[in-house]
Design a protein around this ligand. Structure first.
Ligand code: OAA
Ligand code: MG
Length: 213
């Protein structure tokens, strides 16, 4: 199991960081990063299954580049931000979309639709040097061997240094923290019995089955 998962530090996720994805769900583009948190009980690693929450009627996949933090820092400048990166992981931001729509309408927080058990599947740790340009790397996801998401981190609205700087102005970042940088377009439903495969370029590939809870 990846050390950052065992460290059990916080998971900070960014929403609506790709224009095409904001558009596909009918959301306006953010004027500053939209943040939410997942509890560390959301983590699973390969060999474990994504469990559909009992009351969930529409579980969506979202493939994202995860940034693993290596050093403690607050109020980090954009120019220093990459020094705080230990490496990367491929992460899925599994989302109870029907619940999220309901919460959005009521203006309520997203914790229950984004933070349930198994909502944060991750790959093993990817050392920093394996992704020399994290702002230009392909992210892809297939459901039952059919390509559903095929994006590139160059299309992020807020860059990785900007995200690290912004997040660290709100929450002190600590070694082992994970930042989910948002999903490109193509999100959609999965159900028990489906198999999700996803990857970062040719660098890493993961497989997660979806099962009933
Ligand atoms: O649920 C959403 O659309 C927000 C989000 O996590 C993302 O854009 O990655
Ligand atoms: Mg997401």
């Amino acid at each position: 199991m990846a050390r950052f998962v065992e460290a059990g530090k916080k998971i900070v996720a960014v929403g609506r960081n790709y224009a095409e994805h904001a558009k596909e769900l009918g959301n306006a583009l953010p004027t500053e990063p939209l943040l939410f948190l997942k509890p560390t009980t959301a983590y699973i690693t390969e060999g474990q299954a994504i469990k559909v929450p009992i009351t969930c009627t529409s579980l969506h996949h979202e493939v994202e580049l995860g940034i693993v933090i290596g050093e403690k820092g607050a109020d980090i400048s954009e120019s220093d931000a990459m020094k705080y990166v230990l490496g990367y992981t491929l992460a899925l931001d599994m989302t109870d979309r029907a619940k999220q729509e309901e919460l959005k309408k009521k203006g309520q927080p997203w914790s229950v639709c984004k933070g349930f058990d198994t909502s944060c599947p991750v790959s093993s740790f990817i050392p920093k040097e394996k992704i020399p340009d994290p702002q230009n790397i392909r992210l892809w996801l297939k459901v039952n061997e059919e390509m559903k998401q095929d994006g590139n981190t160059k299309d992020m609205i807020f860059t990785i240094p900007h995200l690290i700087s912004f997040i660290s102005s709100k929450f002190t970042l600590e070694p082992g923290d994970l930042i989910l940088t948002g999903t490109p377009s193509g999100v959609g439903p999965v159900q028990a019995g489906d198999v999700i495969e996803a990857g970062v370029g040719d660098i890493i590939k993961v497989t997660f089955p979806v099962e009933k809870k």
